[in-house]
Design a protein around this ligand. Sequence first.
Ligand code: AFP
Length: 333
Amino acid sequence: MSKVITLNDFIIKNQADFEMATGEFSRLLGDISVASKIVSRDVRKAGLVDHILGAQGEVNVQGEDQQKLDVVADEQFIAAFKNGGEVCGIGSEENESFVAFEDETSKNASYVVLFDPLDGSSNIDVNVSIGTIFSIYKRVSPKGTKAVLEDFLQPGTAQIAAGYVLYGSSTMLVYSTGNGVNGFTLDPSIGEFCLSHPNMKMPEKGRLYAMNEGNIHICEPGIKKYIAYCQSSENDYGSPYSGRYIGSLVADFHRNMIKGGIYIYPNTENAPKGRLRLLYECNPLAFIAEQAGGLATTGRQRILEIKPTELHERASLFIGSKSMVEKAMSYLD
Ligand code: AFP
């Protein structure tokens, strides 16, 4: 019988590869793992417990209805980061401004985290897969002080780690520290994330495309032409691709990571800069995609090279198998 490698084993082994490692980063990953398990538990009983299912009755900074579970997940991750002491501040989809932690331990911490606590939250009430997305940076402000906005407005190329948790038919945590991508599946019987998908690679091409095609008539003409290409028998596959759109970016991305495919959320007349959030949706998944051999662009520019100017900045996103993203980009002027 082969030995099970838990996420903790894996983190500790990788820490040993860095001579000067202090363990601070490893502990941060550990905090994410624990918070994810708690959110996973809450997601699993969402249909049973009244205080978890349904709308919170508030509208978040993006003008979207907050679901109760959005708030539960947000609070859970913030508590993990605040109590962990490895993070001087966080930026989250659910909070208008970043949060700078005030205690001395946090002020002396090295990292900031940006995250979407519950991506795809319109899927919660209908029992469809949702996820958490996170991105970790070294702070640029001096240690010993409070986090400042500049700590969060770094280009995606500066990420030192990124990942996502998918609450699907099983719960998976997938992350990269810039040295490949590894996936861990939560074994509920032992309460541990176990290495299930070592060294993940995104297939060079596939035959799945994901787009909210309800928007097709408010997209630029190149998008219509590209979707027509996907649906035609004249494409590189020789028969129409399959359309798959879950509406949870993490779930759509994860499927394409494994099977090969493309996800596009272009700018539209209603969302001229795109709909997805650069800092805690596009950047972390772009980092993972590139580490797995895939590609992530706005359609015209590499996502990771965008210099952000605001916390909740939006971007259009073309992400997935490299040759498919390149093909889609070739349809834009
Ligand atoms: P939330 O994080 O607010 O739930 O947003 C979900 C999301 O950003 C992404 O996961 C989906 O792919 C996308 O929205 C779905 O948007 P449409 O409903 O416009 O297709």
